[in-house]
Structure formats: structure tokens, C-alpha cells
Design a protein around this ligand. Sequence first.
Ligand SMILES: *Cc1c(COP(=O)(O)O)cnc(C)c1O
Length: 385
Amino acid sequence: MNTVDPQVETVIDLDAIAHNVRVLSEHAGDAALMVVVKADGYNHGAVPVARAALAAGAAELGVTTVDEALQLRAAGIDAPILCWLNLSDADYAAAVAADIEIGVSSMAHLRGVEQAARTTGTTGTTGTVSLKVDTGLNRNGLSATEYPLVLAALRELADEGVLRLRAIFSHLARADEPDHPAIDMQRDRFLDAIAAAKEYGLEPEVVHLSNSAATLTRPDLAFDMVRPGIAVYGLSPVPEISDFGLRPAMTFQARVALVKHVAAGEGVSYGHEWVAPRATTVGLIPAGYADGVFRPLGGRIAVRIGDLHYPQVGRVCMDQFVVDLGDNIDGVREGDTAVLFGPGQPHPQHWADLLGTIHYEIVCSPRARVVRRYVGDFADRKGGV
Ligand SMILES: *Cc1c(COP(=O)(O)O)cnc(C)c1O
């Protein structure tokens, strides 16, 4: 095992995750928390995040695929897990055997789960489904035309003991605009969908609608459970409104690989887009677009070394970029840690603003060579990670 500090890493603060879960719980009131750990926990590591979140009071976990759910089970996590985006030929047998709750968005999905429940191992195994109803996002979810057909079919399968209805849920299109009438329209359709299920004698154990933005800004929509994702990782879903006291959990950092002098008039990095206006010192940061440092950020960002910020100059390359240290009276040296983004400054939101995207995409980008490391009390606990 390599004991040298990695060249480039994300440091994940699990205490920040726990803190954010507690903040969200306060906003959720009596509603339970399903913490969303899809996409490997928004690239923070699904298993450690899930453990920290559950220890901090989350009740359930939400993921996209059956595979993601099975990975959590394989790590020994026995909390309820819902997965909501699969093809109808997904490995539902494995999901049923592992007691995963399956989000159903079409009749084909329902039939897929039915088939799995009928054929899985011991007779009498019941598959657990949650109906994902499309209330206006028009993406995943049961359409208005298929919904009654699925309700009728599920009624029979529930009577037969093949499937159990756990939840009815839906997803908001414009939750980051808390006063937008589309939210109320979706709420009304959601209530109609719950009422329609009751007409078929189907009573869900829980219903849920809110993502992070709605959890934090629309307490009236909390229902039985909320499903925050991004806020768990400490990033505000509505930064223009507030940071809600959330703490960003990810720090993206690299160690300075080289410090050297560059003469006045010398061009730096491909294309010589930056030419040293004076004799200066530059630092080489071994992280590039292959690691999640977007190339269009070239010449527009800064890194923090110690307490000081240094401008990045010239093009971002595949594996590296250069920062201008000036006369380097601060004494930056090879091996020092340069923070690309994290809590404080630079913040992922700044990268997002420069790129015309959202911070969700920024934290999902460090990859491949980037080593992930965990800090905080939750990381130190035995079996914590
Ligand atoms: C990703 C996702 C969430 C979480 O959304 P955030 O904006 O990250 O809080 C909740 N529900 C569903 C169905 C999702 O796909």
C-alpha cells in the first residue's frame, strides 16, 4: 500500500454529512429522511455517506439502479433502500432477494418485478414496489394513462401476496423555484394519485415528494418522508436564497508537483495563452481535465495554498495546470497542498458559475486518478467506512 500522500484527492468530511443530515431533519419536521446516495453518493462514496447519514438519523436510502442498491447491501447496510430507474429486464430477482424496494414507472417494470418475485428462491417471497408517478416532470414515472392499469394489476398481485406496495412517490420539476405554481400543480396531481390508489384499495405505507430544495423551502410538502440528495453533501439547492447552514463535505485538492522560475515574456502551457508579464515563479498542480478540472476553466480559477489564493494561468491540460506564485515570498514548495475547491473558497459554486452549470456536476467530476479519503469522527469509528 502506498503510504505517500496522493497527488490529487477528494477529502470527504463525514462529520459534515452528519451535520447536514441533522439540518435537513430539522427542516423535515415529523417526516423521515431518505438520503439519496445515487451516483456513488454524488461522487462522495455511497457506502461511507450512507453509514454516516444513517448514524445521524436518516431512515432510508435512495439510489438509481438495482446495482447501486445491491452494493449497499453487500457492504452490510440493512436499512430500507429504494431504487427508481431501471429497465424492465433489470436483475429484479437479486433486488427482491436482497429486500430492495423497487420504483415502478411502467407496466413493464411491474411485470418484471412480478416475475422476479414469483421465481425468487423460497416460495412466498414478496417483492416490494413503490409507484413513481409522473406529476409533471415528464421524465421517469408512471404516465396518467398507465397509472390506473398498474393500480389494477398491483391490486391483484398484492391480494395474491406476490407484491407489496410500500410507497407512492413523485419528483418535482421546479423545486428550486419555491413559489413556482408548477410545484403546487404537481402537489395536486400527487394527491390525486394517492387518492386514486385508495380507490383500488391500495394504501401506501408512506408517500414522498420533496428533494433537497423542497425539503428546505417547502415544509408543507414533507408528507411522510423527504428525499434530499445534494443538501446532504452540503451544497445549497437554492444558493441564491441561503446556504441553510449546510457544510460542503468534499474538498478537491492536489499537491504542488513543482515550483520554478519563469522569465518575463515566456509563454506558459499549451498555446502560450498566458505570457509572464514579469519574471515570476509558477507552481505545477498535477490535476487536469482527466481528473475533473474542466478545461474551459483555464485562466479563470485560483487555488488556495495555505491561506492565500493563487491564480491559475494558461490552459488546463489533461494531467496538470499551472498557477502563478509571483515572487513566491510566501514560500510555496513542492508537496504543499493546493485546494481546488471545498468548503470556504474556492467553492464548487464558483466553478459552476464560470461553466454555466450547477454544483451537482462539479462535485460529480473528480474521477479516475483522484483518490478519495475520509475524515471526521464517522470515518474514525470502527467499521465507519
Ligand atoms: C436525485 C433525486 C433526488 C435528490 O435530488 P436533490 O436535488 O439532489 O436533492 C430525489 N428524488 C429523485 C427521484 C431523484 O432522482
